[in-house]
Design a binder for this molecule. Structure first.
Ligand SMILES: [Zn+2]
Ligand SMILES: [Zn+2]
Length: 235
């Protein structure tokens, strides 16, 4: 965050006091999550498969993966789930900024990722963006960029108007729905990119975006995600 963004955050806090996106407790203006929720949501990334970004028990690498590696910082459950829903519904972007900063610190320790040319937020269609006012994947991408210095490139992919959000669809429809992403014609020959999204469920969205980027000449695609969905354990 630059000084101007910090200042506007400080002023905004006077009118709408800052709250933890997970538990709704009040927070100082310059914090994004309370310490209790931070401890609850952050996972040990060693529990995840480094290639697909799912929990090792839920690994989807058997299917053809188009991205090369993935990382997430939380499971899409409890506090993290509340926070990601509130980022969509009530404009509390704190969790996106928090997740982006944690992801950025992880990326800084991975030389392959750190040398990437850009961060590509998974696009939203224009109508949804107008309704929400922002793309939550871009909030995360901007925060990663602040920590790593890798620029955000949101002119690589577009999501065509009229398609539904992935989370509202069943597995078959999700697959078809991913057809709605398209490249924007930018020359990406030889680049290494990080795609960024809020949630990984089946991996279809990230896979489709990675596939399109590779069709444009991208060499490696890494995926940075705020939360990964874990399959329910059979009790
Ligand atoms: Zn909290
Ligand atoms: Zn895997």
């Amino acid at each position: 965050m630059n000084k101007l963004q910090m200042f506007s955050r400080f002023c905004f806090d006077i009118i709408y006091p800052n709250r933890c996106p997970c538990c709704d407790e009040f927070l100082p203006w310059n914090e994004y999550i309370c310490s209790k929720c931070r401890e609850k949501v952050l996972i040990d990334t060693n529990e995840l498969c480094g290639k697909c970004g799912k929990r090792k028990e839920d690994c989807i690498c058997g299917a053809v993966l188009k991205y090369d590696e993935a990382v997430a910082i939380s499971y899409y459950e409890n506090e993290a789930k509340n926070a990601l829903i509130s980022m969509k519904n009530s404009s509390n972007k704190n969790f996106g900024i928090f997740a982006g900063e944690v992801l950025g610190n992880i990326i800084n320790k991975k030389p392959e990722w750190k040398s990437c040319d850009g961060i590509v937020p998974v696009p939203m269609n224009r109508w949804n963006k107008i309704l929400r006012g922002y793309n939550q994947a871009k909030v995360i991408a901007n925060a990663i960029s602040d920590v790593t210095g890798i620029p955000v490139m949101d002119d690589c992919l577009i999501k065509r108007f009229g398609y539904k959000s992935q989370h509202s669809l069943n597995a078959v429809d999700r697959e078809k729905n991913t057809e709605s992403f398209q490249p924007m014609g930018r020359d990406l020959e030889g680049m290494k990119l990080i795609i960024c999204d809020d949630i990984i469920t089946t991996g279809n969205t990230l896979n489709r975006c990675a596939e399109l980027l590779k069709m444009c000449g991208v060499e490696k695609v890494y995926a940075a995600v705020a939360a990964t969905v874990r399959r329910k354990r059979e009790e």
